[in-house]
Design a protein around this ligand. Structure first.
Ligand code: PLP
Length: 397
Protein backbone atom coordinates (compact mmCIF):
# COMPACT_ATOMS: atom_id res chain seq x y z
CA UNK A 1 0.00 0.00 0.00
CA UNK A 2 2.68 2.49 -0.92
CA UNK A 3 0.09 5.07 -1.94
CA UNK A 4 -0.54 5.73 1.75
CA UNK A 5 1.18 8.73 3.26
CA UNK A 6 4.53 8.21 4.95
CA UNK A 7 2.93 9.51 8.08
CA UNK A 8 0.54 6.57 8.06
CA UNK A 9 3.00 3.99 6.82
CA UNK A 10 5.25 4.76 9.76
CA UNK A 11 2.42 4.60 12.28
CA UNK A 12 2.56 1.43 14.36
CA UNK A 13 -0.36 -0.97 14.25
CA UNK A 14 -2.07 -1.29 17.59
CA UNK A 15 -0.40 -4.07 19.59
CA UNK A 16 -3.72 -5.39 20.79
CA UNK A 17 -5.31 -6.01 17.40
CA UNK A 18 -3.72 -9.40 16.69
CA UNK A 19 -4.48 -10.48 20.23
CA UNK A 20 -8.18 -9.50 20.11
CA UNK A 21 -8.51 -11.13 16.71
CA UNK A 22 -7.12 -14.43 18.00
CA UNK A 23 -9.31 -14.10 21.06
CA UNK A 24 -12.42 -13.74 18.90
CA UNK A 25 -11.34 -16.70 16.75
CA UNK A 26 -11.04 -18.93 19.81
CA UNK A 27 -14.36 -17.71 21.15
CA UNK A 28 -16.09 -18.44 17.88
CA UNK A 29 -14.83 -22.03 18.21
CA UNK A 30 -16.57 -22.21 21.57
CA UNK A 31 -13.52 -21.66 23.78
CA UNK A 32 -14.43 -19.86 26.98
CA UNK A 33 -12.00 -16.92 27.12
CA UNK A 34 -11.79 -14.69 30.19
CA UNK A 35 -11.01 -11.20 29.07
CA UNK A 36 -8.59 -9.30 31.31
CA UNK A 37 -7.56 -6.97 28.49
CA UNK A 38 -10.29 -4.34 28.76
CA UNK A 39 -9.49 -0.73 29.53
CA UNK A 40 -12.83 0.45 30.80
CA UNK A 41 -15.10 0.12 33.84
CA UNK A 42 -17.45 -2.86 33.59
CA UNK A 43 -20.25 -0.76 35.17
CA UNK A 44 -22.99 1.01 33.26
CA UNK A 45 -23.22 4.81 33.20
CA UNK A 46 -25.17 5.98 36.30
CA UNK A 47 -28.93 6.57 35.78
CA UNK A 48 -29.03 10.34 36.34
CA UNK A 49 -26.36 10.80 33.66
CA UNK A 50 -28.17 8.60 31.15
CA UNK A 51 -31.37 10.56 31.84
CA UNK A 52 -29.60 13.83 31.04
CA UNK A 53 -28.45 12.38 27.72
CA UNK A 54 -31.99 11.26 26.86
CA UNK A 55 -33.37 14.65 27.84
CA UNK A 56 -30.87 16.37 25.54
CA UNK A 57 -32.32 14.46 22.59
CA UNK A 58 -35.94 15.12 23.60
CA UNK A 59 -35.20 18.81 24.04
CA UNK A 60 -33.77 18.92 20.50
CA UNK A 61 -30.34 19.71 21.77
CA UNK A 62 -29.11 18.39 18.47
CA UNK A 63 -27.41 21.26 16.65
CA UNK A 64 -23.75 22.19 16.31
CA UNK A 65 -22.28 23.12 19.68
CA UNK A 66 -19.58 25.79 20.16
CA UNK A 67 -16.20 24.28 19.23
CA UNK A 68 -14.65 24.33 22.74
CA UNK A 69 -17.82 23.06 24.43
CA UNK A 70 -21.11 24.49 25.68
CA UNK A 71 -20.59 27.34 28.19
CA UNK A 72 -22.46 25.54 31.03
CA UNK A 73 -20.18 22.53 30.76
CA UNK A 74 -16.97 24.57 30.63
CA UNK A 75 -18.21 26.47 33.68
CA UNK A 76 -19.00 23.18 35.47
CA UNK A 77 -15.48 21.97 34.72
CA UNK A 78 -14.07 25.18 36.21
CA UNK A 79 -16.05 24.40 39.39
CA UNK A 80 -14.88 20.82 39.36
CA UNK A 81 -11.25 21.96 39.38
CA UNK A 82 -11.96 24.28 42.30
CA UNK A 83 -13.92 21.62 44.20
CA UNK A 84 -11.64 18.63 43.62
CA UNK A 85 -8.21 20.12 43.03
CA UNK A 86 -8.32 23.60 44.50
CA UNK A 87 -7.21 24.93 41.12
CA UNK A 88 -8.46 28.20 39.67
CA UNK A 89 -9.28 28.34 35.97
CA UNK A 90 -11.43 30.55 33.80
CA UNK A 91 -13.80 28.89 31.38
CA UNK A 92 -11.72 30.23 28.48
CA UNK A 93 -9.02 27.82 29.65
CA UNK A 94 -11.24 24.77 29.27
CA UNK A 95 -11.68 22.93 25.95
CA UNK A 96 -14.07 19.99 25.74
CA UNK A 97 -13.20 17.28 23.22
CA UNK A 98 -14.17 13.88 21.91
CA UNK A 99 -12.68 11.81 24.69
CA UNK A 100 -9.57 12.30 26.75
CA UNK A 101 -7.84 10.98 23.66
CA UNK A 102 -8.67 13.98 21.50
CA UNK A 103 -7.94 16.33 24.39
CA UNK A 104 -4.48 14.78 24.62
CA UNK A 105 -3.93 14.87 20.86
CA UNK A 106 -4.96 18.55 20.76
CA UNK A 107 -2.47 19.38 23.50
CA UNK A 108 0.35 17.48 21.81
CA UNK A 109 -0.31 18.99 18.36
CA UNK A 110 -0.57 22.44 19.89
CA UNK A 111 2.81 22.21 21.59
CA UNK A 112 5.04 19.83 19.67
CA UNK A 113 6.89 20.87 16.54
CA UNK A 114 8.94 18.77 14.15
CA UNK A 115 12.21 18.00 15.90
CA UNK A 116 10.91 18.62 19.41
CA UNK A 117 11.49 16.01 22.08
CA UNK A 118 8.76 14.74 24.34
CA UNK A 119 9.75 12.89 27.49
CA UNK A 120 7.59 9.82 27.92
CA UNK A 121 8.04 7.78 31.10
CA UNK A 122 7.77 4.07 30.31
CA UNK A 123 5.59 2.09 30.90
CA UNK A 124 3.35 4.55 29.05
CA UNK A 125 -0.16 4.55 27.73
CA UNK A 126 -0.09 3.13 24.18
CA UNK A 127 -1.17 6.23 22.27
CA UNK A 128 1.41 8.69 23.63
CA UNK A 129 4.33 7.80 21.33
CA UNK A 130 2.03 7.48 18.32
CA UNK A 131 0.60 10.95 18.89
CA UNK A 132 4.06 12.43 19.38
CA UNK A 133 5.19 10.77 16.16
CA UNK A 134 2.20 12.11 14.21
CA UNK A 135 3.05 15.60 15.47
CA UNK A 136 6.57 15.15 14.10
CA UNK A 137 8.17 15.01 17.52
CA UNK A 138 10.51 12.43 19.03
CA UNK A 139 9.65 10.46 22.13
CA UNK A 140 12.45 10.20 24.66
CA UNK A 141 11.65 7.32 26.99
CA UNK A 142 12.59 7.12 30.64
CA UNK A 143 12.38 3.54 31.84
CA UNK A 144 10.98 2.94 35.29
CA UNK A 145 10.69 -0.72 36.29
CA UNK A 146 8.75 -2.43 39.02
CA UNK A 147 11.64 -1.96 41.47
CA UNK A 148 10.90 1.78 41.46
CA UNK A 149 7.12 1.23 41.41
CA UNK A 150 7.19 2.26 37.74
CA UNK A 151 7.77 5.92 38.64
CA UNK A 152 10.57 8.08 37.30
CA UNK A 153 12.98 9.85 39.64
CA UNK A 154 14.09 13.50 39.49
CA UNK A 155 17.59 12.29 38.52
CA UNK A 156 16.18 10.36 35.56
CA UNK A 157 14.15 13.37 34.48
CA UNK A 158 17.15 15.68 34.71
CA UNK A 159 19.21 13.28 32.59
CA UNK A 160 16.52 13.05 29.91
CA UNK A 161 16.03 16.79 29.43
CA UNK A 162 17.89 18.31 26.47
CA UNK A 163 17.71 21.69 24.74
CA UNK A 164 15.14 20.09 22.42
CA UNK A 165 12.78 19.01 25.20
CA UNK A 166 9.38 20.58 24.80
CA UNK A 167 7.04 18.46 26.89
CA UNK A 168 6.99 15.96 29.74
CA UNK A 169 4.02 13.62 29.44
CA UNK A 170 2.93 12.52 32.89
CA UNK A 171 0.16 10.05 33.70
CA UNK A 172 -0.92 9.55 37.30
CA UNK A 173 -2.75 7.35 38.22
CA UNK A 174 -1.06 5.43 35.44
CA UNK A 175 -2.35 3.07 32.80
CA UNK A 176 -0.87 0.35 32.63
CA UNK A 177 0.85 0.27 36.04
CA UNK A 178 -1.71 1.72 38.44
CA UNK A 179 1.09 3.75 40.02
CA UNK A 180 0.27 7.10 41.57
CA UNK A 181 2.83 9.86 42.15
CA UNK A 182 2.68 11.26 45.68
CA UNK A 183 2.96 14.96 46.48
CA UNK A 184 6.61 14.44 47.49
CA UNK A 185 7.45 12.57 44.30
CA UNK A 186 5.85 15.26 42.15
CA UNK A 187 7.69 17.93 44.11
CA UNK A 188 10.98 16.23 43.23
CA UNK A 189 10.10 16.36 39.54
CA UNK A 190 8.95 19.98 39.82
CA UNK A 191 12.30 20.98 41.32
CA UNK A 192 13.95 19.71 38.14
CA UNK A 193 11.39 21.35 35.85
CA UNK A 194 11.86 24.62 37.71
CA UNK A 195 15.37 24.76 36.24
CA UNK A 196 14.02 24.25 32.71
CA UNK A 197 11.36 26.89 32.11
CA UNK A 198 10.90 25.92 28.45
CA UNK A 199 9.54 22.48 29.28
CA UNK A 200 5.76 22.06 29.42
CA UNK A 201 3.90 19.30 31.22
CA UNK A 202 0.92 17.47 29.82
CA UNK A 203 -0.62 15.77 32.83
CA UNK A 204 -3.04 12.97 31.99
CA UNK A 205 -5.29 12.70 35.04
CA UNK A 206 -8.10 10.67 33.53
CA UNK A 207 -7.94 8.11 36.37
CA UNK A 208 -8.14 10.85 39.01
CA UNK A 209 -11.04 9.31 40.93
CA UNK A 210 -9.74 5.76 40.76
CA UNK A 211 -7.20 6.22 43.50
CA UNK A 212 -7.12 3.90 46.53
CA UNK A 213 -4.54 5.63 48.68
CA UNK A 214 -4.67 9.41 48.74
CA UNK A 215 -6.80 12.14 47.36
CA UNK A 216 -5.56 12.95 43.88
CA UNK A 217 -2.90 15.62 43.68
CA UNK A 218 -2.29 17.45 40.41
CA UNK A 219 1.15 18.60 39.34
CA UNK A 220 -0.58 21.80 38.14
CA UNK A 221 -0.86 22.79 41.81
CA UNK A 222 2.81 23.82 41.97
CA UNK A 223 3.36 27.55 41.48
CA UNK A 224 6.71 26.82 39.85
CA UNK A 225 4.83 25.39 36.87
CA UNK A 226 2.38 28.24 36.47
CA UNK A 227 1.34 28.62 32.83
CA UNK A 228 3.05 25.49 31.61
CA UNK A 229 0.83 22.59 32.62
CA UNK A 230 -1.97 21.21 30.49
CA UNK A 231 -4.28 18.93 32.48
CA UNK A 232 -6.08 16.25 30.49
CA UNK A 233 -9.12 14.71 32.11
CA UNK A 234 -12.54 13.40 31.14
CA UNK A 235 -15.59 11.48 32.23
CA UNK A 236 -14.71 8.10 30.67
CA UNK A 237 -13.21 6.28 33.62
CA UNK A 238 -14.57 8.06 36.69
CA UNK A 239 -18.22 7.97 35.61
CA UNK A 240 -18.15 4.82 33.46
CA UNK A 241 -18.78 6.87 30.32
CA UNK A 242 -16.21 5.54 27.83
CA UNK A 243 -18.72 5.33 24.97
CA UNK A 244 -19.94 8.90 25.36
CA UNK A 245 -16.56 10.17 24.20
CA UNK A 246 -16.02 13.22 26.32
CA UNK A 247 -12.76 14.58 27.66
CA UNK A 248 -11.28 18.00 28.25
CA UNK A 249 -8.14 20.04 28.87
CA UNK A 250 -7.48 22.81 31.33
CA UNK A 251 -4.62 24.82 29.92
CA UNK A 252 -2.94 28.22 29.80
CA UNK A 253 -5.16 30.49 27.73
CA UNK A 254 -3.14 30.51 24.52
CA UNK A 255 -2.77 26.73 24.56
CA UNK A 256 -6.51 26.30 25.16
CA UNK A 257 -7.16 28.62 22.23
CA UNK A 258 -4.82 26.58 20.06
CA UNK A 259 -6.60 23.34 21.04
CA UNK A 260 -9.91 24.90 20.09
CA UNK A 261 -8.54 26.18 16.78
CA UNK A 262 -7.21 22.76 15.92
CA UNK A 263 -10.39 21.00 16.91
CA UNK A 264 -12.39 23.55 14.92
CA UNK A 265 -10.78 22.21 11.76
CA UNK A 266 -10.82 18.53 12.69
CA UNK A 267 -14.02 17.62 14.50
CA UNK A 268 -15.75 20.76 15.86
CA UNK A 269 -17.39 20.51 19.28
CA UNK A 270 -18.15 17.04 20.61
CA UNK A 271 -21.65 15.56 20.66
CA UNK A 272 -24.22 17.82 22.31
CA UNK A 273 -25.88 14.80 23.91
CA UNK A 274 -22.62 13.74 25.52
CA UNK A 275 -21.99 17.30 26.68
CA UNK A 276 -25.30 17.46 28.54
CA UNK A 277 -24.71 14.02 30.03
CA UNK A 278 -21.23 15.11 31.13
CA UNK A 279 -22.73 18.25 32.66
CA UNK A 280 -25.01 16.06 34.79
CA UNK A 281 -22.03 13.86 35.69
CA UNK A 282 -19.70 16.67 36.70
CA UNK A 283 -22.30 18.72 38.58
CA UNK A 284 -23.92 15.66 40.13
CA UNK A 285 -23.11 13.54 43.17
CA UNK A 286 -20.07 11.27 43.19
CA UNK A 287 -21.83 8.43 45.06
CA UNK A 288 -21.85 6.07 42.10
CA UNK A 289 -18.20 6.84 41.41
CA UNK A 290 -17.25 6.04 44.99
CA UNK A 291 -19.19 2.77 44.85
CA UNK A 292 -17.34 1.81 41.71
CA UNK A 293 -13.99 2.72 43.23
CA UNK A 294 -14.78 0.59 46.30
CA UNK A 295 -15.52 -2.36 44.01
CA UNK A 296 -12.24 -1.80 42.16
CA UNK A 297 -10.36 -1.60 45.44
CA UNK A 298 -11.82 -4.89 46.61
CA UNK A 299 -10.93 -6.51 43.29
CA UNK A 300 -7.45 -5.07 43.36
CA UNK A 301 -6.87 -6.67 46.75
CA UNK A 302 -8.31 -9.95 45.49
CA UNK A 303 -6.24 -10.06 42.30
CA UNK A 304 -3.11 -8.91 44.09
CA UNK A 305 -3.44 -11.68 46.67
CA UNK A 306 -3.94 -14.31 43.97
CA UNK A 307 -1.09 -12.92 41.85
CA UNK A 308 1.31 -12.93 44.78
CA UNK A 309 0.57 -16.62 45.12
CA UNK A 310 1.91 -17.37 41.62
CA UNK A 311 5.55 -18.46 41.74
CA UNK A 312 7.78 -16.32 39.53
CA UNK A 313 5.35 -13.42 39.16
CA UNK A 314 6.62 -10.14 40.61
CA UNK A 315 3.88 -7.67 41.53
CA UNK A 316 3.62 -4.16 42.89
CA UNK A 317 0.58 -2.86 44.73
CA UNK A 318 -1.15 -0.49 42.35
CA UNK A 319 -2.51 2.59 44.10
CA UNK A 320 -4.95 3.53 41.35
CA UNK A 321 -6.60 2.75 37.99
CA UNK A 322 -7.82 -0.85 37.50
CA UNK A 323 -4.77 -2.69 36.25
CA UNK A 324 -2.13 -4.98 37.67
CA UNK A 325 1.18 -4.91 35.80
CA UNK A 326 3.23 -7.87 37.04
CA UNK A 327 6.78 -8.42 35.97
CA UNK A 328 7.00 -11.73 34.10
CA UNK A 329 10.76 -11.65 33.50
CA UNK A 330 11.15 -15.02 35.25
CA UNK A 331 9.16 -16.74 32.49
CA UNK A 332 10.91 -15.25 29.48
CA UNK A 333 13.26 -17.73 27.85
CA UNK A 334 11.23 -20.69 29.15
CA UNK A 335 9.66 -23.26 26.86
CA UNK A 336 6.38 -24.97 26.18
CA UNK A 337 6.13 -27.90 23.73
CA UNK A 338 9.42 -26.92 22.13
CA UNK A 339 8.49 -23.27 21.68
CA UNK A 340 10.42 -20.57 23.50
CA UNK A 341 8.67 -17.65 25.15
CA UNK A 342 10.91 -14.85 23.91
CA UNK A 343 9.07 -11.79 25.16
CA UNK A 344 5.93 -10.65 26.94
CA UNK A 345 4.02 -10.77 23.67
CA UNK A 346 4.76 -14.49 23.34
CA UNK A 347 3.73 -14.95 26.95
CA UNK A 348 0.49 -13.06 26.44
CA UNK A 349 -0.34 -15.27 23.43
CA UNK A 350 0.64 -18.38 25.40
CA UNK A 351 -1.80 -17.37 28.16
CA UNK A 352 -4.51 -16.87 25.57
CA UNK A 353 -3.92 -20.22 23.85
CA UNK A 354 -3.23 -22.39 26.88
CA UNK A 355 -4.94 -20.65 29.81
CA UNK A 356 -7.71 -19.01 27.81
CA UNK A 357 -7.15 -15.64 29.43
CA UNK A 358 -6.73 -12.49 27.34
CA UNK A 359 -4.22 -9.96 28.67
CA UNK A 360 -2.18 -7.17 27.10
CA UNK A 361 1.55 -7.65 26.71
CA UNK A 362 3.89 -5.07 28.15
CA UNK A 363 5.47 -4.49 24.75
CA UNK A 364 2.39 -2.36 23.94
CA UNK A 365 3.36 -0.07 26.81
CA UNK A 366 7.10 0.03 26.22
CA UNK A 367 7.86 -2.48 28.96
CA UNK A 368 8.73 -5.87 27.60
CA UNK A 369 9.05 -7.80 30.84
CA UNK A 370 5.54 -7.11 32.12
CA UNK A 371 1.94 -8.00 31.30
CA UNK A 372 -1.21 -6.01 32.00
CA UNK A 373 -4.19 -7.62 33.74
CA UNK A 374 -7.31 -5.47 33.94
CA UNK A 375 -9.47 -6.19 36.99
CA UNK A 376 -12.50 -4.32 35.63
CA UNK A 377 -14.35 -7.64 35.73
CA UNK A 378 -16.52 -9.60 38.17
CA UNK A 379 -15.01 -11.51 41.09
CA UNK A 380 -15.77 -14.99 39.76
CA UNK A 381 -14.06 -14.27 36.45
CA UNK A 382 -11.07 -12.78 38.23
CA UNK A 383 -10.65 -15.77 40.53
CA UNK A 384 -11.00 -18.23 37.65
CA UNK A 385 -8.63 -16.20 35.45
CA UNK A 386 -5.92 -16.09 38.10
CA UNK A 387 -6.28 -19.84 38.67
CA UNK A 388 -5.88 -20.47 34.94
CA UNK A 389 -2.89 -18.15 34.73
CA UNK A 390 -1.24 -19.92 37.65
CA UNK A 391 -1.76 -23.32 36.05
CA UNK A 392 -0.69 -22.05 32.65
CA UNK A 393 2.55 -20.52 33.89
CA UNK A 394 3.42 -23.70 35.77
CA UNK A 395 3.59 -25.49 32.39
CA UNK A 396 6.56 -23.37 31.29
CA UNK A 397 9.87 -25.10 31.77
N1 PLP B 1 -5.32 8.42 28.93
C1 PLP B 1 -5.20 7.21 29.47
C2 PLP B 1 -4.05 6.93 30.38
C3 PLP B 1 -6.14 6.20 29.18
O1 PLP B 1 -6.01 4.99 29.72
C4 PLP B 1 -7.19 6.50 28.30
C5 PLP B 1 -8.19 5.47 27.93
O2 PLP B 1 -7.92 4.30 27.88
C6 PLP B 1 -7.27 7.78 27.76
C7 PLP B 1 -6.32 8.72 28.10
C8 PLP B 1 -8.35 8.17 26.77
O3 PLP B 1 -9.56 8.34 27.34
P1 PLP B 1 -10.89 8.49 26.48
O4 PLP B 1 -11.50 7.14 26.42
O5 PLP B 1 -11.70 9.48 27.24
O6 PLP B 1 -10.51 8.99 25.14
Amino acid sequence: NNYLSNRLLRLAESETIAMSQRSRELQSKGVDIINLSVGEPDFPTPEHIKEAGKRAIDDNFTHYPPVPGIPELREAIVHKFKRDNNLEFQSSQIVVSTGGKQALANAIYSLVDVGDEVIVPAPYWVSYPAMVQLAGGTSVFIHAGIEQDFKITPQQLEAAISPKTKVLLLNSPCNPTGSVYSYEELKGLVEVLDKHPGVFVISDEIYEYINYEDKHFSIASFDELKDRVVIVNGVSKGYAMTGWRLGYVAAPKDIAKACSRLQGQYTSGTSTISQLAALAAINGPLDETYKMVEAFRRRRDLVLKLAMDIPGLKVNKPAGAFYLFPNVGAFLGKNFRGKTIRDSRDLSFFLLEEAHVATVSGTAFGSDNCIRFSYASDDDSLVEAMKRIKEGLSLLK
